[in-house]
Write a protein that binds this ligand. Structure first.
Ligand code: PMP
Length: 455
């Protein structure tokens, strides 16, 4: 029997929760649209998988040719509550009917304030907190840096190897990887310093002492090359996303946070990818009891509508003068309504528990797969943010070719997966947290078969 999702809350027929491959991937209708895209859309905007979407919900994405793909991507960690989640649609539609925009900086509205109140409650720490809302993750990170600079009256920003923070000018500077994010787009913003991160799998002396050693190296570099007294902010992803789903080895984050505290530096946790139940906790930094001074959120916050936030200690957030933060659309009322619907869904369905269950299923199966296939060098991640790192057997040499081939084979078989990693050799799994277990297991079957054929 095929399960369906009531996510057809848009009024259409329920979307069958099944994998269905009817045509070549991409099919003829998608190919027609791809030809139109080629003529009308800039080449710099690429597609991972050019199947054109008709509907999406629960754990599937249905394309214009009638294929239905199991979704292990969630639009890059966005649709954690599913696509078209009931509460997101209900609240957004009601808001659309009332008003679409006034600009919060001109005539404000309750939704924005309610989102800020939710953020104060959900983010770590019981100190007084305030928020400012924006449109994209990159914009949130830029504003976190502005706020930290205004508060500390210092300029330097410290970021980490393998970090990703966006594609605007400042966030390109904060991002580690050249291709495709930075190449040819310089000059980049000044006063950005990059230091080592505790990448256990690739740490020269092994994972055991990695946290401690990497922190010592990072802090030494900051002291010698920048001077702690010049640093406004350290910005770090508690689980690094685009860089390869790297969980900094235990002890690393607490040591960096402690250093920041001792030196009057604003500790910014970029939870844009890892936040909002993705790792089985509201925020990934809770795992080691970190209480960031500022936290940036986006993606999962609003069930697919564009919304982002900086949340943090009230006295830091208030350091920027009135009019210094904002933007025409930041905290758009429809996006705020969607966020309130997404948060309602996360609470009601206990999506943290669902994320932990997804981890259990995936880690168990991927662990066994790794025993059979030495090309899987590492299985890691938390909650529904899980990855495998592919290497040449018997070595740790990255195998980006196999990674790309595996992604393509999965796509052809009706499983939407994404890759990442500084070396392009990590397959990442980011299913919607509402995906059914049958579909999750079927997706893993597809992956196993594809790997068995290729490896
Ligand atoms: N920070 C992190 C950790 C991210 O994963 C991303 C997006 N992948 C960003 C910032 C940038 O967000 P956006 O694409 O919404 O600008």
């Amino acid at each position: 029997m095929t399960a369906t999702t009531p996510a057809a809350s848009s009024g259409g027929p329920a979307l069958p929760q099944e994998r269905r491959v009817r045509t070549a991937i991409p099919g003829p209708k998608s190919q027609e649209l791809a030809a139109r895209k080629q003529a009308a859309v800039a080449d710099g905007v690429g597609n991972v998988l050019p199947v054109y979407v008709r509907r999406a919900g629960g754990g599937v994405v249905e394309d214009v040719d009638g294929n239905s793909l199991i979704d292990f991507g969630s639009g890059i960690a966005v649709t954690s509550v599913g696509n078209s989640a009931e509460a997101v649609v209900r609240r957004s539609v009601a808001q659309l009917a009332d008003f679409t925009h006034t600009c919060f900086m001109v005539t404000p509205y309750e939704g924005y304030v309610a989102v800020a109140e939710e953020l104060a409650e959900l983010t770590p720490g019981d100190h007084a907190k305030k928020s400012a809302l924006f449109n994209s993750g990159a914009e949130a990170v830029e504003n976190a840096v502005k706020i930290a600079r205004a508060y500390t009256r210092r300029q330097a920003v410290v970021v980490f190897d393998h970090g990703y923070h966006g594609r605007t000018n400042l966030t390109m500077a904060l991002t580690a990887k050249n291709m495709p994010y930075k190449n040819g787009f310089g000059p980049f913003a000044p006063e950005v310093y990059r230091v080592p991160v505790a990448y256990g799998y690739r740490w020269p002396t092994g994972p055991e002492h990695c946290g401690e050693e990497a922190a010592a190296q990072a802090l030494d570099q900051i002291a010698k090359q920048v001077g702690a007294e010049n640093v406004a902010a350290v910005v770090i992803e508690p689980v690094l996303g685009e860089g390869g789903f790297i969980e900094p080895a235990k002890g690393f984050l607490p040591r960096i946070a402690e250093f920041a505290r001792e030196n009057g530096i604003v500790f910014v946790a970029d939870e844009i990818q890892s936040g909002f139940c993705r790792t089985g906790q509201w925020f990934a930094c809770e795992d080691e009891g970190i209480v960031p001074d500022l936290i940036t959120t986006a993606k999962g916050i609003a069930g697919g509508l564009p919304l982002a936030a900086v949340t943090g200690r009230a006295e830091i957030m208030d350091a920027a003068h009135a009019g210094g933060l904002g933007g025409t659309y930041g905290g758009n009322p429809v996006a705020c309504a969607a966020a309130l619907g997404a948060i309602e869904t996360m609470r009601e369905l206990d999506l943290n528990a669902r994320a932990r269950r997804i981890e259990e299923i995936m880690k168990e199966r991927l662990g066994k797969l790794a025993e059979r296939h030495p090309v899987i060098g590492d299985v890691r991640g938390r909650g529904a943010m899980i990855a495998i790192e592919l290497v040449r057997p018997g070595t740790k040499d990255p195998d980006p070719q196999l990674t790309a081939a595996l992604a393509t084979a999965c796509h052809q078989a009706g499983l939407l997966i994404l890759t990442c990693g500084t070396y392009g050799n990590v397959v990442r799994f980011l299913p919607p947290l509402v995906i059914g277990e049958d579909l999750l297991n079927e997706g893993l079957d597809v992956l196993e078969n594809a790997l068995a054929e290729l490896a």
